[in-house]
Design a protein around this ligand. Structure first.
Ligand code: PRX
Length: 603
């Protein structure tokens, strides 16, 4: 515990904690009990007070080529204005605020303004559909929604507010604040207010209240094994301690020297922990980029690295594989010599991508920290140290100091080197989730019922002969597509909500670029013609474009066990074009023959 008490010193506490960890209410942990702090003050004001007001916090780069440098002093002013603005709308500590914004400075300002007021934010990824936004807004009972008129996507302005209007029709949301980003025409209703009209005139003075260490900081929805996303709850003191500690230790971040860039979107946990809270708590100077990596050309990231002298670059394997496809001659045209640490997150990084990253981006020498963690863990849990003697392409290697992780078999017994099992976290950690919003039973059932007293991560893993950990992917019905978690059940329920579909089964099939691709098998309803293209669009409308199946196959039947459970393992064999595995538990073993015959006619 001394270890975490020491890490907590990275923060400014208005009132020091009395106890580092109270685990008496397990699986609900309390960290730094009795301590009080303000998260936004820790991320912004205290750096200004310490004399770093003129240091750039954010080098923001817009997709169309506009840019803004925001210093810590300017960021403080903006956050205070936005906090005052939210107060004027009636937002109080404990109220929930939903945010659906592109990667613009206002997104970070809005999150910090909520944190400053103790109003938990729920950021919803910009690519989610209106109905996905609505279900999240309703589940968290958000009082205010912050969004934009539109966003730039691959060189085009696309509407955002129109989708939010559709999402919120008839909802209990009181106010919608709209940032003007693209100039896309929008209709402003009675509860709508422009960000610039509301925020700009506000005073830059705002006294930050110190909240309890366990005060809720945010809710972030993630896919589970059922159709309904889970609202993962994170709190203040422990979360900020671990994101600050890991951002400093895993990336060897040096404030005032490094230029850091994490390419995630704030709609995901990586954006929360390693764009907003960790780096800002550590007084980082960071790049925030609004757009896609190939707009207007495929060298955009390398051009940005060269322009700002980025020294730490944190991205996802799916993007590295995309860069590989575009060709190594593209990064070769830029000066990337400022890079000294590279990071990877989201899925196991395949050794080929690891080597390419090291060779063509890291000049053959930059350490690559492969970081394993989850929305639920809040912060990095397993990663090699950047000063490690030996990197192993494809292995996240060891739990970071302070963290304990073990690989166990079905019975909960630690496995021997070389054998695979389940990854569990057998000790509480400061940034651990504090439950599933409004669903205690689901929290206990999903994470704490499988192995007594330990957190079940849902990932397979094994040790090698040196005791290093290799992650093997999900062991549940959660797919990992381009580093995004999508549940098979969610896509299935979107498919069966279409009138032409009687039944659907979805599997994640290996994909050379995205890690996994979504493959759906659907049984049509009646004799109606089913348009596969229409179904793909339907899923995009229901969930968002990220959930669009790569392939949909129309089949007469699905393989089921005698108890009616769909055998996804067999469907995966079909989707990956493999020999079909053991079919003895099928209720009707002829199903696979029919299915294969039908599928091969569609290939
Ligand atoms: O399966 C693991 C995979 O991503 C899951 C967590 O997804 P999410 O909550 O969306 O958070 C992603 C960003 C932290 C994990 O259960 N995963 C993430 N990072 C790695 C990984 N698998 C292997 N190696 C990684 N470095």
């Amino acid at each position: 515990m001394d270890f975490w008490a020491e890490q907590a010193q990275r923060l400014h506490w208005d009132v020091r904690w009395s106890e580092v960890l109270d685990w008496s209410g397990a699986p609900y942990a309390k960290w730094f009990t009795g301590g009080r702090l303000n998260v936004a003050r820790n991320c912004v004001d205290r750096h200004v007070e310490a004399g770093f007001g003129d240091q750039v916090a954010i080098h923001w780069v817009g997709e169309p080529g506009d840019s803004r440098d925001i210093t810590y002093a300017q960021l403080r002013d903006e956050v205070c204005r936005a906090a005052n603005a939210l107060v004027s709308l009636g937002v109080r500590a404990g109220d929930r605020v939903a945010i659906q914004l592109p990667m613009i400075p206002e997104a970070i300002v809005a999150m910090l303004a909520c944190a400053r007021l103790g109003a938990p934010h729920s950021v919803v990824f910009g690519g989610f559909s209106p109905s996905a936004l609505r279900s999240r807004v309703d589940d968290a009972e958000a009082k205010v929604v912050i969004t934009a008129d539109g966003q730039y996507r691959r060189g085009k302005a696309v509407p955002v507010k129109a989708g939010v209007d559709e999402a919120l029709a008839g909802s209990a949301v009181e106010k919608v604040v709209v940032v003007r980003r693209t100039g896309t025409p929008v209709s402003m209703g009675e509860r709508d207010v422009w960000w610039h009209e509301l925020v700009d005139p506000q005073p830059t003075e705002h006294t930050a209240e110190a909240f309890d260490s366990e005060h809720p900081l945010f809710i972030l929805y993630t896919s589970g094994t059922t159709g309904k996303p889970k609202g993962i709850l994170h709190t203040s003191g422990g979360y900020l301690t671990q994101v600050a500690y890991t951002h400093a230790a895993v990336f060897d971040h040096r404030p005032g020297e490094d230029v850091y860039w994490c390419t995630a979107d704030i709609g995901w946990i990586t954006g929360h922990s390693y764009i907003v809270y960790g780096p800002l708590a550590n007084r980082a100077t960071q790049v925030v980029y609004e757009g896609t990596p190939n707009t207007p050309h495929e060298g955009r990231h390398w051009e940005i690295i060269q322009r700002y002298g980025v020294s730490i670059y944190y991205t996802a394997p799916t993007l590295i594989r995309t860069f590989m496809k575009w060709g190594e001659d593209i990064p070769a045209r830029y000066d990337l010599s400022s890079l000294r640490v590279l990071g990877s997150v989201g899925e196991p990084i395949n050794p080929e991508a690891w080597r390419w990253y090291r060779e063509h981006i890291g000049a053959g020498k930059a350490p690559i920290v492969d970081t394993w963690w989850q929305t639920e863990t809040g912060a990095i849990m397993i990663a090699p140290s950047p000063g490690s003697a030996e990197f192993k392409p494809g292995s996240a290697q060891t739990p970071v100091p302070g963290i304990s992780a073990v690989v166990v078999d079905d019975a909960g017994k630690e496995v021997a080197p070389g054998e695979s099992g389940y990854l569990v976290l057998d000790q509480p950690w400061p940034s651990m989730l504090r439950g599933v919003w409004g669903d205690d039973a689901r929290f206990r059932e999903t994470y704490w019922s499988r192995f007594a007293g330990a957190y079940f991560a849902g990932d397979g893993a094994r040790y090698d002969a040196d005791g290093d950990i290799w992650l093997l992917g999900r062991v549940d019905d959660v797919m990992n597509v381009s580093g995004h978690r999508i549940s098979t059940a969610e896509v299935e329920s979107a498919l069966v909500s279409h009138p032409a579909v009687a039944e659907a089964a979805v599997v994640g099939a290996a994909d050379p670029t995205t890690g996994q691709g979504i493959v759906a098998f659907v049984i049509p309803r009646g004799v109606a013609e089913v348009s596969v293209q229409e179904l793909r669009e339907h899923v995009a409308r229901e969930i968002g474009p990220i959930a669009k199946p790569r392939q949909i196959m129309v089949v007469p039947e699905l393989p089921k066990t005698r108890s009616g459970k769909i055998m996804r393992r067999l469907l995966r064999d079909v989707a990956e074009n493999r020999e079909i595995g053991d079919v003895t538990t099928l209720a009707d073993s002829s199903v696979m023959a029919h299915l294969k015959a039908g599928v091969s006619s569609q290939r």
